[in-house]
Structure formats: structure tokens, C-alpha cells
Design a protein. Structure first.
Length: 102
């Protein structure tokens, strides 16, 4: 009986939690570009192959080369918090959401 309880506790600690989030995407664009092409930012939060999460930030000007940055997280809650923090920071800077997917 004690052995099965210890095994069950170990089994629960190794399995992924049921409250994991799905992939999230948002596309933001800065409306005031003047004579230049508008700036954009695409945020994507998705699970990786090793059980963690990656936050992808693609930014640049529409029609030109963009920059891609990747940030890795072990916990879904930390990844979601970073996604929301990055989104809110850009909204505060004047970007507007053009499309999103949860």
C-alpha cells in the first residue's frame, strides 16, 4: 500500500499538469508611421517539443526584413505572464491589435 502511494505521488509530479494553456498569437501595428511603412509586432506563445513554452517576438516595418527573438520558459504560467506583459507594454506605446488568436 505504501509503495503504490509513493509511486502515485511520483507519477503525478512527472506528468504535465492539466491546466496548460494553448497557443496564443497577437499581431500589433503602430498606426502613426508618417512617410515610412508602419511598424509591426507579432507575438506568439506556443509549446515546444520538450514540454516547455517559447515566446516568439517578430518585429520590424511592414514590407521589410524583421527581427525574431525567442524566449524559453519551463512553466506555462510564466510564459503567459511574459506574453501579456509584452503585449501590454506595446499597447501602452501606441500599438494597436489588428488580429489575435487564443
Amino acid at each position: 500500500m505504501k509503495r503504490s502511494r509513493a509511486w502515485a505521488r511520483l507519477y503525478r509530479s512527472v506528468l504535465p499538469r492539466d491546466d496548460t494553456i494553448g497557443a496564443m498569437h497577437v499581431y500589433l501595428q503602430h498606426p502613426d508611421a508618417g512617410a515610412q511603412a508602419p511598424r509591426f509586432l507579432r507575438l506568439s506563445l506556443q509549446p515546444d517539443l520538450f514540454g516547455g513554452w517559447e515566446l516568439l517576438r517578430e518585429s520590424g516595418r511592414v514590407g521589410s526584413r524583421s527581427q525574431l527573438r525567442r524566449e524559453l520558459f519551463l512553466q506555462a504560467d510564466d510564459a503567459r505572464h511574459a506574453f501579456e506583459k509584452a503585449r501590454d507594454a506595446e499597447l501602452h506605446r501606441g500599438f494597436q491589435i489588428l488580429s489575435h488568436g487564443d
